[in-house]
Ligand binder design. Structure first.
Ligand code: NFS
Ligand code: SF4
Length: 643
């Protein structure tokens, strides 16, 4: 059945996929086909392997067993599984945050000289918001205070004390509401550990209670994300608008090409630094254009926003970058790296380099990178790329010309900077005026992955246009941002072509204020997945300025092609913060009507946010627009056009 599917709505990826098949290189798209039909019990969340009496499965049609051997029913089984995904996501994001935190700790105490504090303004702002004195104190001492407060978010043992980063991020009203509901764990790790504990066999069997435990872990995910984003900005710089490019056409035959894949920016930052120094060496090998760094997935987004490194691919086409035959090295760090890349690389001269000791892949070369040795090891990694370059086989070249311009780098700070040029006294006012007048109906954040369950990028392409046409401001992160960048929606032309009249007038005014000839791009690239916290920063600023809670704002979120446990965690905290949150593929919980009800209805009463599951992207856009209208009515704002 799936052979009739196109697998990707990205025409460049599709062309490269056809090429891969023609030369017999297997990719995720083929492995997806080989997995069909996928297990129905698993898809519904009704297969349990939480103990060795299992696996147990519950028959969704009521004919077979209705309980696992221990007596767990389908609601317990489905709730436990999805809650563990929330915890795993929280662990991933906050481990990333902890890694960056340790680097900043060493910079602050003077033991790490490789990296410096790049954004002092942000450090001081964060320190002030955490309640530290900044006047007349050495910068590194202030950094030490922020580091200590960040470590406390991983170590505080006392219920009731709000985590430092959540206090910086969230409106007081929302924080209080979450505390009253008991979903803020004393520290990030505790939220994860407690969830693992309560979902062990023989513990929590109440689906609502389990999901609340999952939300506790997911709020820890948000805590880890904001910490990761802000500390990365302090160390490596806060993104500001930069013009770059996206799609496979950014890979150049005349350069030594190195793809940076993963999430944690430390290795990629080091490679960026040494690549500039090693240009002449590449040219001496015959690569006339020197070294060409390109991004993949979220590490790609990190360096795209901070250094203008072009993005070659988002998640589902990460293997395809090697099909060009001129990718010399793929350097990976953590998360969303397909183990399949080394098998693809074996068909070519490409060297895959793993860099984190806890993330190795058979078939890759491993180089252990730590903040202390990052720059030195990065040089060695570039040399591995040089060696690979010498082994290139010209007959294997299959280049793509396809690439789009992408104006990226919309951190909360850079958005405020542009707004300040319109109203220096009250920067948020122009944005609020646009929302209250209805020129902008609302804001949507597109986050999340690609999944083989949806033709790659399809839902982003459709929903982005559908919502922009209805005057909804579109923000994006992660692989969603990658999809929009490749699709040319991060351009001024896209604004002229697809934005509704109100949105267009606002983006034109902002573009003018920013000194651009023409409007800001249709979609604002806010960064990698951890940078979803940037969107929360913007929403919190709006809520505070209006004196309302996040759940009152005409702000919605969508993960239309979600896949990872991290995405499950993000979607969950998005709901817990009060945002209507769309999923475009069916989550693995539908075997339990109780769990579905908790996430789509009960959540609304408790948190104000709720999940909307809608696979059809046109209908999904309609539903999100309707949710925006409901919020506008709540605030007494004028309604937008009906469709
Ligand atoms: Ni987010 Fe980024 Fe992409 Fe999904 Fe993976 S790369 S952290 S999890 S797949 S968006
Ligand atoms: Fe089966 Fe219960 Fe064990 Fe799950 S925990 S595998 S339902 S016996």
């Amino acid at each position: 059945m799936t052979q009739t599917r196109r697998h990707t709505a990205d025409p460049t990826a599709h062309e490269m996929l056809v090429h891969a098949r023609s030369i017999g290189v297997e990719t995720a798209f083929d492995r997806y086909d080989k997995q069909q039909p996928q297990c129905g019990f698993g898809s519904l969340g009704l297969c349990c392997r939480f103990c060795w009496k299992g696996p147990c499965r519950v028959d969704p049609f009521g004919a077979g067993p209705q309980k696992g051997i221990c007596g767990a029913d389908r609601h317990t089984i489905a709730a436990r599984q999805v809650a563990r995904m929330m915890a795993a996501g929280a662990a991933g994001h906050s481990e990333h945050g902890r890694h960056v935190l340790h680097a900043l700790d060493k910079v602050a105490d003077g033991s790490l000289k490789t990296f410096q504090i790049t954004d002092e303004r942000k450090l001081l702002e964060v320190a002030r918001r955490m309640g530290f004195t900044t006047e007349g104190r050495p910068v590194l001492e202030i950094a030490g205070d922020v580091v200590a407060a960040s470590f406390e978010d991983f170590s505080n043992q006392h219920e009731g004390k709000a985590p430092n980063w959540l206090k910086v991020l969230l409106p007081a009203k929302r924080l209080e509401r979450l505390q009253k509901l008991g979903v803020i764990a004393p520290n990030i790790d505790m939220g994860v550990a407690q969830l693992m504990s309560r979902t062990h066999i023989g513990c929590d069997a109440d689906p609502l209670n389990i999901i609340l435990g999952g939300i506790r872990a997911a709020i820890g995910d948000l805590n880890g994300m904001v910490l990761a984003t802000e500390l990365s900005d302090i160390l490596f710089g806060t993104p500001a608008p930069v013009i770059t490019e996206a799609d496979l056409g950014v890979i150049k035959p005349t350069s030594v090409n190195i793809a940076l894949n993963g999430h944690n920016p430390i290795v990629a930052e080091a490679v960026c630094r040494v690549a500039a120094e090693m240009k002449a060496q590449a040219q001496a090998l015959g690569a006339v254009d020197g070294i060409n760094l390109v991004g993949v997935c979220c590490t790609g987004n990190e360096v795209m926003l901070r250094h203008g490194v072009p993005l070659a691919a988002n998640y589902l086409s990460q293997e395809l970058v090697m099909l060009t035959g001129v990718m010399d090295a793929m350097v990976v760090d953590v998360q969303c790296i397909m183990p399949g890349i080394t098998a693809v690389a074996e068909n070519f001269h490409t060297v895959v380099v793993t860099t984190h000791d806890e993330n190795k892949i058979p078939g890759a070369v491993h180089r252990s990178v730590h903040p202390e040795n990052a720059v030195e090891v990065a040089r060695g990694i570039v040399e591995l790329a040089f060696d690979a370059y010498k082994r290139r086989n010209p007959k294997q070249q299959h280049l793509s010309d396809e690439k789009s311009t992408a104006i990226v780098g919309f951190s909360a700070e850079s958005i405020v900077d542009v707004l300040t040029r319109i109203d220096a006294e009250d920067p948020l006012k122009p944005l609020l005026d646009a929302v209250t007048s209805g020129a902008i109906q609302g804001i949507v954040l597109f986050a999340g992955c690609n999944t083989t369950q949806v033709d790659q990028d399809m839902n982003y392409k459709t929903m982005g246009r559908e919502l922009a046409r209805r005057n909804v401001l579109v923000l994006a992160t992660g692989c969603g941002a990658g999809a929009f960048a490749k699709d040319g929606l991060m351009t001024q032309e896209a604004t002229e072509q697809y934005a509704g009249e109100g949105l267009k007038s606002v983006l034109r005014a902002l573009g003018e204020a920013a000194g651009l000839k023409g409007p800001l791009p249709l979609v604002f690239h806010m960064g990698s997945c951890v940078d979803n916290s940037r969107a929360v920063t913007v929403a919190s600023a709006l809520a505070n300025r209006l004196g309302v809670d996040l759940s009152d704002l005409p702000v919605v979120a969508s993960a239309p092609e979600a896949m990872t446990e991290k995405a499950v965690a993000i979607g969950t905290w998005s709901v817990a913060l009060g945002f209507p949150t769309h999923l475009g593929n069916i989550p693995q919980v539908t075997g339990s009507d109780q769990v579905v009800k908790i996430m789509t209805e009960t959540a609304k009463d408790a948190f104000g946010g709720y999940f909307i599951v809608e696979p059809d992207p046109v209908k999904a856009a309609e539903k999100l627009y309707a949710a925006i209208q409901e919020r506008r009515r709540g605030l007494g704002l004028p309604a937008g056009a009906r469709s």
